[in-house]
Each structure stands twice: as C-alpha cells, then as structure tokens.
Write a protein that binds this ligand. Structure first.
Ligand code: NDP
Length: 285
C-alpha cells in the first residue's frame, strides 16, 4: 500500500506565524497599536521555563509586545491574583497566559477563574470552555485549535466523517471533540475506561490521539486511509520524543498523519499568537 501523506506541522505553523506577523505590522502601521501577550511564570520548573522562553521569542518575532512575568516559587496565591488583576485592568494587555503547572500551594482553578475571559488566550477559563461546549466562539485552547488546522490541511471538508478522540482532558481531548462536532463530524470520545479501543478506533475516518502513552495506537487499529493527528509528546528512555501513535506502523495504513516531533507541537504556540490577535480584535475592534 501507499504510505500516508505526512502533515508538516512545522511548515504550517511557520506559515501561520508569517500571516500573523503581516497582520501585526498592518495594525502598527494603520492604527499605531501593538497586540500585547503577557505570560506569567511562577517558580523554576525547567520545562516551563523553556516553554515560556519560546512563547516570548515567537511573540517578539511576529512583532507583538511580548512580556514574561517571572515570579518566585514562593509567590502567594494572593500575590498572583493581584498580578492578574493588574494585567486584567491594563488596556495594552490583550492576552494573558499563566504557565501551568503552578506550585502546589496555589489553587490552579482559582487562578484560571481570575483571568479576564476576554484575555484568556489559553482558552481554559470556564466561560470560554462553556462557550465552546455551546458551539459558540470564545477563545479556544491552543493545542486543539492547532490540531484542527492540521486536520483541515489533509481534509478540506470534515462534514459527516467519523472522528474518534482518544483522551478527555480539559486541555486537549474535550475541546478538540467540541471543535470536531462544530465541524459536523460524528464524534466519539474514548478514554481509559473505553472497552475495545482498537475496534472503536477502527471505525474512525479521523483519529485524534491525546493520551500521553508512547506508541499506544497501533497500525492495525487504523482504518486504511484515515487521517491521524497525534497530539502526544512522550519522552522515551533514550531521550527521544515520540507520539501516542506507533508512527512506523501507522504511516503504512493511514491516508495522512502528523509526525512527532514536527506535527501538533509547533502549532500550539502559533495558535497562542493567533488567539492573542483574536483577543485583540474582540476587545479593541
Ligand atoms: P491527560 O493525562 O490530562 O489526559 C490523558 C487522557 O488519556 C485521559 O482522558 C485518559 O483517560 C486517557 N487515557 C489514559 N490512558 C488511556 C488508555 N490506556 N486508553 C485510552 N485512554 C487513555 O493528558 P493531556 O490531555 O494533557 O495530554 C495528552 C498528551 O498530549 C500528552 O502526551 C501530552 O504531553 C500531549 N500534549 C501535547 C501538547 C502539544 O503542544 N502538542 C499540548 C498538551 C498536551 P481518563 O480520563 O479515563 O483518565
């Protein structure tokens, strides 16, 4: 059989960022306004530091006003709430992202609730989650948004297709399922209690894997010609990154598939910048 088309997330993300950069330049030239993205990091988690640095860098690259607020690990919940109140009140701040996970002494839910939903570029505020569940457009979480953009690269029309999402997290599985439903797919959400997962996946024209288990989805689970979006990022003992899908097997069966790395990963930050622009326009016209 023919090998699957490999969906190049790196290229699609670069193109998306280039379009955002053009829009930001036009805003600056025509209205003298610069969208502002503010990322708040509490503590010294090494992975979080890397993520915040790359968000900061890419926001600068597209011409945004990019500010990282690095707070010490012993920042209290009250201090973090005060910082968010300040950013909420500042008209030049379009997007606010609090890098997760937060230190254990801070209640994450309370912090997310305190972000102005109109500036919640991670799309995690209950207002935005509720809008999405109601089929309305608020700010949509970045990884699900990026997954949909890659999916549309492979399949211009999603209407009527069978989609199976593996994973039901607030961050990925649930929102991506809502977006597929909005795109008129027939959506199944599978999770750790799903019976006979291989048979469920076999029905799917579209497989979205967001589990966090290296190479769990095998080639013989996949319907020939299906489109596979692998959200998983798992580090193997040898240090290499791998997805939730057994790529070597799946590429022989699928019609199109995203690699890891170089698939959904690069789309996430590009979509954060896209959300910042969306938030800018929703608030400032
Ligand atoms: P979570 O751990 O929050 O959720 C995992 C989901 O997978 C849960 O719903 C769980 O089910 C389900 N699950 C676990 N084991 C099985 C199983 N054996 N069979 C079927 N379902 C199972 O993870 P996230 O959603 O946050 O992330 C998923 C993956 O995506 C991770 O690898 C993560 O690193 C990656 N990721 C990548 C991003 C990117 O930028 N590309 C961004 C965010 C995440 P249950 O609810 O029953 O426990």
């Amino acid at each position: 059989a023919q090998q699957a088309r490999i969906i190049d997330g790196k290229a699609v993300a670069a193109e998306l960022r280039a379009g955002i950069a053009r829009e930001v330049a036009a805003l600056k030239a025509e209205r003298g306004l610069v969208p502002g993205l503010h990322v708040v990091l509490v503590g010294e988690d090494p992975a979080s530091k890397v993520y915040v640095a790359s968000k900061e860098k890419l926001a600068v690259e597209v011409g945004m006003n990019s500010v990282a607020h690095r707070l010490p690990a012993d920042t209290t919940e009250a201090q973090l709430l005060a910082k968010l109140a300040e950013l909420n009140a500042d008209d030049s701040v379009d997007g606010i992202l609090v890098q997760l996970p937060l230190p254990k002494h801070i209640d994450t839910g309370r912090i997310i609730d305190a972000i102005d939903p109109a500036k919640d570029v991670d799309g995690l505020h209950p207002i935005n989650a509720g809008l999405l569940a109601g089929g309305k457009n608020g700010l949509v979480p970045c990884t699900p948004l990026g997954s949909m953009l890659l999916l549309k690269q492979a399949l211009p029309s999603l209407s009527g297709l069978e989609a199976v999402v593996i994973g039901r997290s607030e961050l990925v599985g649930r929102p991506v399922a809502q977006l597929l439903l909005q795109a008129d797919c027939t959506v199944t959400i599978a999770h750790s209690r799903t019976r006979d997962l291989p048979a469920v996946v076999k029905r799917a024209d579209i497989v979205i894997a967001a589990v966090g288990r290296p190479r769990m989805v095998k080639g013989d689970w996949i319907k020939p010609g299906a489109t596979v979006i692998d959200v998983g990022i798992n580090r193997l003992p040898d240090g290499k990154l791998t997805g939730d899908v057994d790529f070597a097997e799946a590429v022989e069966v699928a019609g199109a598939i995203t690699p890891v790395p170089g698939g959904v990963g690069p789309m996430t930050i590009a979509c954060l910048l896209k959300n910042t622009l969306t938030a800018f326009h929703a608030r400032r016209g």
